[in-house]
Write a protein that binds this ligand. Structure first.
Ligand code: G3P
Length: 217
């Protein structure tokens, strides 16, 4: 599985975000590999209507509907998405809020991906029973060296320790992932796939990068 997080990059909102999502769809269909997109929040409705690959939210606020100005409730976007990232490094949450969102995703039949920054946090979050944990060392995010080369032991030990605590939780990794070789290594380290952003969103030719990434599976 390859998850492309569009973040808040200027290259990935509105019509540009839709174009990128369609490229992801094209590569997913042609390669028969799973690619999931996480568009910018204002584009969730548009993108989900235009592509047939899974669309995830980058973030949901841990609140109920009502008097909550500016918040994104799960209820307001659930018809556009198949799942959501939770606790991304760039949008950290308290553990109680992560727990609340994992449970709410399960209630609505949505996939939960909890992002973590190290092995201890990964182990703690695995007790919350999310569908996936995505380990991403923050210092490598947006950089040129993949976590799979810079810190393979973090990925491998996260997988081992998470599985010891909760074998049902699947593991992803991310940060600096850009090539099919990185994806292949991520799978060899025991993950189910990768979560990435800049390598695709900021690429001159995202389609070419995506084709290389899926070749790693
Ligand atoms: O959510 C993906 C992420 O934080 C990794 O970003 O730019 O290093 O692929 P990037």
């Amino acid at each position: 599985m390859i998850i492309v997080n569009f973040k808040a990059y200027p290259e990935s909102f509105g019509e540009k975000g839709l174009k990128l999502a369609k490229i992801c769809e094209k590569v997913a269909k042609e390669s028969k590999k799973e690619i999931i997109v996480c568009p910018q929040t204002p584009d969730l409705c548009l993108v989900s209507k235009e592509v047939s690959i899974p669309v995830f939210s980058q973030h949901i606020d841990p609140v109920e509907q009502g008097s909550k100005t500016g918040h994104i409730t799960l209820e307001s976007v659930k018809s556009y998405i198949s799942g959501t990232l939770i606790n991304h490094s760039e949008k950290r949450m308290k553990i109680a809020d992560i727990d609340y969102l994992v449970k709410k995703c399960r209630k609505f039949g949505l996939t939960s991906i909890v992002c973590t920054n190290n092995i201890d946090v990964s182990m703690a979050c695995s007790l919350l029973n999310p569908d996936y944990i995505a380990i991403e060392p923050p210092e490598l995010i947006g950089g040129d060296i993949s976590v799979t080369s810079a810190s393979p032991e973090i990925v491998e030990n996260s997988v081992k320790n998470i599985k010891k605590i909760n074998p049902k939780v699947k593991v992803l990794c991310g940060a600096g992932v850009k090539t099919g070789k990185d994806v292949k290594k991520a799978l060899e380290l025991g993950t189910e796939g990768v979560l990435l952003a800049s390598g695709v969103v900021k690429a001159e030719n995202p389609e070419k990068v995506l084709r290389d990434l899926v070749d790693g599976i």
